[in-house]
Design a binder for this molecule. Structure first.
Ligand code: NOJ
Length: 522
């Protein structure tokens, strides 16, 4: 007998960016009670789990990814009691809760860093990465911040005359994971949330947890020395051991490495991550060939225990509907095709809030820009109701939203789409329900098919149930050629084009519209 899927394999994991999801108290910033109040939406989406971006105490230099207390909720998001209420309410509906864990850096306002920077003799000095400069007034080496606007990854602390490492903003000093005390303290922060009942963690900036202990420059090195050092794997095994002290928990890593050979090293032995966000895939251009190659690459490199995780959007990258438009006007249709792809590929889909609505990026006027790295457009609040009925806050807030509401809110809000069977929201619900009801779409085998130029196609099968998915990447219609041993006729189960009729079709007669995706049952 084969075992059924783990919960984190079965269906989609829905990413919530709490600041922008739902505001319960009118301060213009989303909060935890706001999420609890919108669990109907998540349940109707058939999400297996939610992943919450950080809601911990934070001065918000990086909107929560600068944590000042790993064990408390920031007042703007609510209280620990609000968190427990959300967790209980989600669990009561069978929705798992994954929280973001930011182990590479804390806020510069964290008491650990305040102590660390207070003097060279501080018992916590070695909790962060301090070093003398290069002797010529410059930093210890050539490492750069992930954010181009920040520049170098070092800042000088005038008072103690040494530099500290920050892979992101200066307000986000890197913790020193070479120090076992730091490792133990961070493990305890995991236990804090595991004891409260969370189902897993999304590990932020994972590849940054290990760098060259000699702090040598990157220049001239065959491989970068500021991240993904070999010590990474033992470090990760330690984290996995902590989560394995509890039953049925999951670790997904933000593995922002553009080399799949490296990415699979975190998955292939089954003792590190359960899932790794595949940034090679997320960064692909809209090309059937590129997608096909990337999927095949992962399959070729992955071991039997490695399970794929697919995503095309998050709070750090332009939204799918905008990114894949490329001036064709097909962005919205491609966003629908992308959803079909995510829900029907073999692997766990990660869906970022608003993707189920086909939201494009919002336009952010210069005087409303708040993020250091240009990520405001994809972080615009979720429009829940038409502004004409709910006011300018579109049901997200009764106050002034912290970022502008997307211009298309009147048509693309959740309430309007829920009432329209042709909407992207209705399509997403159908795809999720199909996946839930179809073992072949969960653990089923996958075989790549070549049905036509510019068409990405694959078969999923289990226990005699065979489904074929096909997505037309071209901006023009493409006729399918029935090849690869497929039967002549199939049942069209779902199309991303609401005008397409379902039912029995002859494969040889099937032409996919521009950006159309279909799912067929053989
Ligand atoms: C990745 C997060 O997704 C991003 O939003 C954040 O700025 C960096 N890590 C730093 O924590």
């Amino acid at each position: 007998m084969t075992a059924g899927p783990a919960w984190w394999q079965r269906g989609a994991i829905y990413q919530i960016y709490p600041r922008s999801f739902a505001d319960s108290d009118g301060d213009g910033v989303g909060d935890l009670p706001g999420i609890t109040g919108r669990l109907d939406h998540i349940e109707a989406l058939g999400a297996e789990a939610i992943w919450l971006s950080p809601f911990y105490r934070s001065p918000m230099a990086d909107f929560g990814y600068d944590v000042a207390d790993y064990r408390d909720v920031d007042p703007v998001f609510g209280t620990l009691a609000d968190f427990d209420a959300l967790l209980g309410a989600a669990h009561a509906r069978g929705i798992r809760v994954v929280v973001d864990w930011v182990p590479n850096h804390s806020s510069d306002q964290h008491e650990w860093f305040r102590e660390s920077r207070s003097s060279r003799d501080s018992p916590r000095r070695d909790w962060y990465v301090w070093h003398d400069g290069d002797g010529a007034g410059g930093p210890p080496n050539d490492w750069m911040s992930e954010f181009p606007a920040v520049g170098r990854a070092w800042s000088l602390d005038e008072a103690t005359g040494q530099w500290y490492l920050h892979s992101f903003m200066a307000e986000q000093p890197d913790l020193n994971w070479d120090n076992p005390e730091v490792e133990a303290a961070m493990h305890d922060t995991l236990r804090f949330w595991l004891d409260r009942g969370v189902d897993g963690f999304r590990v932020d900036a994972l590849q940054r947890l290990a760098h060259d202990p000699l702090l040598r420059s990157n220049a001239g090195a065959a491989r970068r020395r500021d991240q993904d050092w070999e010590t990474m794997h033992d470090r990760l095994r330690g984290i996995r051991r902590v989560t394995d002290e509890y039953e049925d928990r999951m670790l997904v890593g933000e593995v922002a490495i553009d080399d799949l050979h490296r990415v699979v090293t975190f998955l292939n032995d089954g003792d590190q991550l359960h899932l790794a966000h595949n940034f090679v895939f997320a960064d692909l251009p809209w090309s059937a060939e590129a997608f096909a190659l990337s999927i095949a690459d992962f399959e070729a490199l992955a071991s039997g225990v490695a399970w794929p995780a697919w995503f095309l959007g998050n709070h750090d990258m332009p939204r799918v509907a905008t990114r894949f438009d490329g001036g064709t006007g097909l962005g919205p249709a491609r966003a629908r095709a992308a959803l079909l792809l995510l829900y029907t590929l073999r692997g766990t889909p990660f869906v970022f809030q608003g993707e189920e609505l086909g939201l494009p990026d919002a336009e952010i006027p210069a005087d409303r820009v708040v993020d250091v790295d240009g990520r405001d457009p994809e972080r615009a609040p979720v429009p829940w109701r038409p502004p004409s009925a709910a006011g300018p806050g579109a049901g997200f807030t009764t106050g002034e939203p912290w970022l502008p509401i997307v211009g298309a809110a009147e048509a693309l809000n959740a309430e309007t789409q829920a009432a329209d069977p042709a909407s992207t929201l209705s399509l997403t619900r159908r795809l999720a329900a199909l996946r839930r009801a179809t073992p072949a779409l969960q653990l089923g085998a996958q075989r790549a098919l070549r049905l036509a130029e510019d068409v990405l196609a694959w078969e999923r099968s289990a226990d005699g149930d065979r489904l074929v998915a096909a997505v037309n990447f071209a901006a023009a219609p493409v006729a399918l050629a029935a090849v690869d041993g497929l039967p002549g006729r199939a049942a069209l189960v779902v199309s991303t084009d609401p005008a397409r009729a379902g039912g029995d079709v002859a494969l040889a007669d099937l032409a996919l519209g521009p950006a159309e995706g279909v799912l067929l049952r053989l």
